[in-house]
Design a protein around this ligand. Structure first.
Ligand code: SF4
Length: 289
């Protein structure tokens, strides 16, 4: 398989065939994100992608899922995507699910009917970053779009019948903006109503703009207790109908896995116990991205 630079994928795609169709991220401006800083955005040569699909058809017959890399494969024109999905379906007919990352900018270029076309050809899950539901925070971290625009893109995905996994970042509002970030993020998640929410806790990445702001004292990271309080407010304002609220990423101090609405109160109680010091938290040295 032909890969340019480091390849990242969600933990749930560990056993998937990773097909890199674009490199980097077409936005690539978020101040907290370092994943594609050293990789210019580009669309990969169709011949190379087709060779990868042929390779997978011979050597990956035991794998049942495909994940399209890098940051936003949906930025490809619809005709190219249809042709790509056709090639995957013809050569890997045993595949049960195609997934991809997609930022709001690339979803905004698709209509619901175009997303439905992709769903019919196997696109089953999209991983999208909301990061915050607070417009001030989104603007400060240079995310593409405001909360209303990002929510709208998420709703298009679910309307098309494609599962949506939305990530948000605890601590992204800094200390001063913590509670408003938490409350507005919960409200935005409720409006979007994805099947899955994944909460990460902010960890600065070297050579990012946010890391420089932290080093200059312009942005405050939250303490573990402040992070838990923020998480509590976020969950309190999140209503999924139904959906999973995960905070089990390695960056988090308190691993959580809740099915909402069923587990909401139980999970809030667990966070309260952790705030009171009654639950062991992940030590700083074990946290990671
Ligand atoms: S849109 Fe996603 S991948 Fe692109 S810079 Fe922002 S966080 Fe990183």
């Amino acid at each position: 398989m032909h890969y340019e630079g480091n390849i990242i994928r969600p933990p749930s795609e560990a056993d998937s065939i990773l097909i890199q169709v674009t490199t980097g991220c077409s936005h690539n401006k978020c101040t907290f994100c370092g994943v594609y800083k050293d990789k210019p955005f580009g669309i990969k040569d169709e011949c190379i992608i087709r060779q990868d699909i042929r390779y997978a058809s011979i050597f990956y017959r035991h794998k049942h899922r495909v994940f399209l890399c890098d940051g936003d494969s949906l930025i490809l024109p619809q005709a190219k995507l249809i042709s790509l999905f056709k090639d995957i379906n013809e050569n890997l007919p045993w595949i049960s699910r195609i997934g991809t990352y997609a930022n709001a900018k690339s979803i905004a270029r698709k209509s619901v009917s175009e997303l439905k076309e992709l769903k019919e050809r196997g696109l089953r899950i999209i991983h999208m970053g909301l990061e915050s539901g607070d417009d001030e925070t989104l603007k400060r971290v240079k995310k593409w779009g405001d909360s209303t625009t990002i929510i709208e893109q998420g709703r298009k995905v679910t309307e098309a019948g494609i599962k949506l996994f939305v990530t948000v970042i605890s601590g992204l509002g800094g200390r001063d903006g913590s509670l408003i970030h938490a409350e507005k993020t919960g409200i935005a998640l409720t409006r979007m109503n994805p099947q899955y929410v994944g909460v990460l806790s902010l960890m600065p990445i070297e050579n990012t703009e946010l890391c420089a702001q932290i080093n200059k004292g312009e942005f405050d990271l939250l303490s573990p207790e402040e992070t838990l309080k923020e998480l509590r407010v976020m969950l309190q304002h999140t209503e999924l109908n139904p959906g999973y609220f995960y905070a089990n990423h390695a960056s988090n101090y308190l691993p959580l896995r809740a099915r909402l609405p069923r587990d909401k109160q139980k999970t809030l109680n667990l966070i309260d116990s952790a705030i009171k010091g009654e639950v062991n938290l992940t030590p700083e040295w074990l946290r990671g991205l």
